[in-house]
Design a protein around this ligand. Sequence first.
Ligand SMILES: NC(=O)c1ccc[n+]([C@@H]2O[C@H](COP(=O)([O-])OP(=O)(O)OC[C@H]3O[C@@H](n4cnc5c(N)ncnc54)[C@H](OP(=O)(O)O)[C@@H]3O)[C@@H](O)[C@H]2O)c1
Length: 269
Amino acid sequence: MTKEPVVAILGATGAVGQEFIRLIEERKFPYSKLKLLASYRSAGKKLTVNGQEYTVEEAKPESFDGVDIGLFAGGSISKELGPEAAKRGCIVIDNSSTFRMDPNVPLVIPEVNPEDIAWHKGIIANPNCSTIIMLMALKPIHDLSPIKRIIVSTYQAVSGAGKEGIDELRDETEAYLKGEEMQPKILPSKSLPKHYPIAFNLIPQIDKFVEKDYTKEEMKMVNETHKMLHDDSIAITATTVRVPVFRSHAESVYVETADELSVDAVRKA
Ligand SMILES: NC(=O)c1ccc[n+]([C@@H]2O[C@H](COP(=O)([O-])OP(=O)(O)OC[C@H]3O[C@@H](n4cnc5c(N)ncnc54)[C@H](OP(=O)(O)O)[C@@H]3O)[C@@H](O)[C@H]2O)c1
């Protein structure tokens, strides 16, 4: 029997890292050893996985010595630690946007384009959450007849903005209900100079505006779909909206295919 892998979770204290831990427990994901990594801020913090207590360590290049699988959810630190981990023989599954459009890195949804895993060179990128949700539904239709056009609108929870986004909705809601002033600091993007309240509000902007009046989040849906369906000719327009719920995104998707399909066939797919 082959040895169960040594697994490291980078960003274990964050919103995505916590979800990784929940899924590892729920799916009884096999590992012979588990390492929980984060920044110096969380080093020393205790987290429990499968009933066992772990001490969070500060992530450094050497943290990946002897690690087989690195589940990365540490944001921009992927740029430095991704190649360092891969150099040490670790297979990196990266949740950040760092490598998604790198032509040398496969961008994969296992249910959509598993064949692309085969050409990885140590790093496998995981797409944006809104792209994953959309393509999970569209790929079976694309297999019936090639998709030609997509018009998508999203309704995205604050969890997509990390633990700071979740805290912002909670803090603003509490302030509003007490009749106090809300103090937005994170949305639509921490790096922007102006912020808007999300409590009892909708923000039709996720991240910065990048090109042709589309935001970065909207262009991720376009570019990542082209890469994973291996077809740049699909016409796609996306409108992404932040909504005041803690977790779970929703989407409305209009789609056109090359051939006429019956609604029954689409439902079945
Ligand atoms: N693919 C998807 O579906 C999806 C969905 C949401 C988010 N994401 C991406 O996943 C990443 C994490 O998002 P999140 O929502 O979990 O963010 P988050 O809640 O803010 O958590 C960030 C995590 O990264 C750690 N971290 C930050 N800087 C670090 C550094 N310099 N070195 C080591 N660890 C560091 C933090 O550790 P501390 O506790 O020490 O600060 C924390 O554990 C982001 O790139 C985000 O865009 C992907």
